[in-house]
Write a protein of this length. Structure first.
Length: 120
């Protein structure tokens, strides 16, 4: 630093000020880049939430269609009911997995925001 090359007790304040201003500009650029990256990540997460919601809605509609078809066919075999129940469980597990993934991504984003010290 400038303090080491000058006699003890004297500081070139102009040079020190320029150095600090330069560091401040670099920090601002880094903060701006981080904000941009966080905004992109947030958009990705929002898109994933929307996609997961759509997929969950389609799965729910499929279950409803299957239930209606089953009722219309008046099929009363326990095998058909078991398959429908299993399919319903599978779809619920799929929905839960998607929700867990979304929650994990949101937590990662919050952690990145905290680690970078930037507020939304």
């Amino acid at each position: 630093m400038a303090e080491l090359s000058e006699p003890e007790g004297t500081v070139n304040w102009k040079e020190r000020c320029l150095t600090l201003e330069s560091q401040l500009m670099k920090f601002r650029l880094q903060a701006s880049k981080i904000r941009e990256l966080l905004a992109e990540k947030m958009q990705q997460l929002e898109k994933q939430v929307i996609d997961a919601d759509r997929q969950a809605e389609r799965a729910f509609q499929q279950v409803q269609v299957m239930e209606e078809k089953l009722k219309a066919a008046n099929v009363q075999t326990s095998e058909s009911e078991t398959r429908l129940y299993k399919r319903c469980q599978d779809l619920e597990i799929l929905i839960q997995d998607k929700n867990d993934r979304i929650q994990k991504l949101e937590q990662q984003l919050e952690e990145q925001v905290r680690n970078n010290g930037i507020t939304k």
